[in-house]
Design a binder for this molecule. Structure first.
Ligand SMILES: *Cc1c(COP(=O)(O)O)cnc(C)c1O
Length: 386
């Protein structure tokens, strides 16, 4: 039976997520309008200080979006045509495009099927004299294996740029991502766990020199008006977005906790079904931007849930190396088997503060109903991380 439309479980509901902040947003935008200062002002400066403090980094540099955060760091490091940058084969394509933006070549490394993050055992085989950076992605909100990646970084003298667009607040041991490596890129795209009301992003770093370069590069290569020391870009964060983000930042931890509680429901209700749940690596505290599970009959499950009024998404149906945009690199089906397998099997289940725990229970019941009609193949009967 179809769920009545008003009971539709949405994957994401930004109106509902942002509604509790509406009065504060109006006050914040009123402040900016009254002040009449729209770019590189005190809202941005105070947001940068607060975000750096939240992450535990010395510096945060607010920029226009997550993509530009990645590009600016690579540019500051002098990445140029002919250089190679190691990226995960399974990620949102922005990670790759940031490398291409500078004319350099993204070199994919396959991922681990349980954590979805770059397979650190395969990175070394991709390193050569042209390798100028490694970009691990803390995908879906779980930190990549930074211990191994930082070890490779110091062994080969290659800098690491973390893509934490989906991982605000995620922890690796006691440290939040953004405070660990040399530079970390964040996105505040509206649908991210800390989302603006438009585009915004940031870089965090403990490197004072890099912070200074980024402030210049984001503003036409200029720190002092009409004096241009760098071939910069225009990648500034609006004062309005900074003001909105300051409203939401104090509640990020609450959003993270709501999601963790929902994940515990999923884990307890879905274990034993023919569905593979994500493995949480030891010493990692993920933040669950997305709750991504795997199953062989993904498309049928998605269709079934849709008919029950439950909206799910696939992150992501086609890996970057098989996208038309990257035909130029000459990859073919079979080159990155884990990434390709994930593209066929992953499905993202609804989570977030727009949902009640009872919604998650309802979704779990429907998933169980779907699988009870199907004989589970033994390889896929799993608990967490089997
Ligand atoms: C969202 C995202 C980006 C890009 O962020 P924007 O703010 O949309 O430019 C980059 N990498 C990953 C992994 C993302 O999820």
């Amino acid at each position: 039976m179809q769920r009545p439309i008003d009971k539709l479980i949405k994957f994401l509901d930004l109106q509902k997520i942002n509604a509790p902040y509406a009065d504060d947003f109006k006050m914040a935008s009123g402040r900016v309008i009254d002040r009449g200062w729209y770019l590189l002002g005190e809202e941005l400066e105070s947001f940068e200080a607060q975000f750096a403090d939240y992450v535990g980094a010395q510096f945060a540099i607010g920029v226009s979006n997550g993509f530009d955060a990645l590009v600016l760091v690579l540019q500051a490091w002098g990445i140029k045509p002919g250089d190679e940058v190691i990226v995960p084969a399974h990620t949102f394509i922005a990670t790759w495009l940031a490398v291409s933006e500078l004319g350099a070549t993204p070199i994919p490394v396959d991922v681990c099927p349980d954590t979805y993050c770059i397979d650190v055992n395969k990175i070394e085989g991709a390193i050569n004299a042209k390798t100028k950076a490694i970009i691990p992605v803390h995908l879906y909100g779980q930190p990549a294996d930074m211990q191994a990646i930082l070890a490779l970084s110091s062994k080969y003298g290659i800098p690491v740029l973390e893509d934490a667009a989906q991982a605000h607040g995620a922890k690796w041991f006691e440290h939040k991502v953004g405070s660990i490596g040399t530079a970390t890129a964040f996105s505040f795209y509206p649908g991210k766990n800390l989302g603006a009301l438009g585009d915004a992003g940031a870089v965090t770093t403990n490197d004072a020199q890099l912070a200074f370069r980024l402030k210049s590069l984001r503003n036409y290569g200029s720190i002092k008006k009409y004096q241009h020391d760098d071939l910069g870009r225009n990648c500034r964060m609006d004062e309005l977005q900074a003001a909105f983000l300051k409203v939401k930042l104090p509640f990020l931890q609450k959003e993270i906790e709501a999601r963790s509680r929902q994940i515990r429901i999923y884990e307890s209700r879905l274990s034993g079904l023919a569905i593979r749940l994500p493995l949480i690596r030891e010493n990692c505290t993920p933040v669950w931007h997305l709750y991504v599970v795997q199953c062989e009959c993904r498309d049928d499950l998605q269709q079934f849930l849709f008919e029950q009024g439950i909206e799910t998404l696939v992150h992501y149906p086609t890996p970057p190396h098989l996208q038309t945009a990257y035909h130029c690199l000459g990859y073919k089906v079979g080159d990155f088997p884990m990434a390709e397998q994930l593209a066929r099997r992953v499905i993202s289940l609804p989570i977030g503060s727009h949902l009640l725990d009872s919604d998650i229970e309802f979704i779990c019941q429907k998933i169980a109903l779907f699988f009870n009609g199907i004989v589970a193949s033994s390889a896929w009967v799993s608990g967490r991380g089997s």
